[in-house]
Design a binder for this molecule. Structure first.
Ligand code: GDP
Length: 190
């Protein structure tokens, strides 16, 4: 059994995954307040609700997208809702994840440093073929920007990650983020 969640048709979770229809676990990591929940809500529900604080404990949402080559990818999205503070729990959280989306806030250098911590953590403990995406969120707040876009680009390049800046508020690049991840997923043999 692969350590990455590309479950077969007999998966106990009932989801079928084959060469045309992938089902993948995606985890979100990053400092509290960078916009992880808002990114997920924007992607799954098309909404921005600054007051919504989703749940106590890890929350879970899923969303399927279709690619141009007629494959579909169902993302099972795990949002820690703060549980990542308990470092000892983190490996349980990202075990079996095919994708890790590591988010920072472009107005917060601290959150960019924390993102780099999570990248190292995933490189050490994540699945070897995990797809890593680095996301600079709150791109709409350009007047308050403190992390130059070039820093994100360079760090991501050095670490073989996909990089994008997003705004959950304006919806900028949110769908693109998930589409680009989908394209980078390893495909199971047909
Ligand atoms: P989380 O702790 O990482 O899940 O962060 P949340 O999704 O709860 O967002 C934290 C705060 O940032 C909320 O007040 C959101 O309204 C705000 N926020 C999230 N995304 C954006 C964004 O793209 N632009 C702006 N301006 N604010 C955002």
């Amino acid at each position: 059994r692969s350590s990455v969640l590309l479950a077969g048709p007999n998966s106990e979770n009932g989801g079928a995954s084959d060469a045309k229809n992938l089902r993948v676990k995606l985890v979100l990591l990053g400092d509290s307040g960078v916009g992880k929940s808002c990114i997920v809500l924007r992607f799954v529900r098309g909404q921005f609700d600054p007051t919504s604080k989703v749940t106590v404990g890890a929350s879970f949402l899923s969303q399927t997208i279709a690619l141009q080559d007629s494959t579909t990818v169902k993302f099972e999205i795990w949002d820690t809702a703060g549980q990542e503070r308990y470092a000892a729990l983190a490996p349980l959280y990202y075990r079996g994840a095919a994708v890790a989306v590591i988010v920072y806030d472009i107005t917060s250098p601290d959150s960019f440093n924390k993102a780099q911590y999570w990248v190292k953590e995933l490189q050490k403990h994540g699945s070897p073929d995990i797809v890593l995406a680095l996301v600079g969120n709150k791109a709409d707040l350009h007047e308050k920007r403190e992390v130059p876009v070039q820093e994100g680009i360079e760090y991501a390049e050095k670490n073989g990650m996909f990089f994008i800046e997003t705004s959950a508020k304006t919806a900028d690049n949110i769908n693109q983020l998930f589409e680009e991840i989908a394209k980078r997923l390893p495909r199971p043999a047909p």
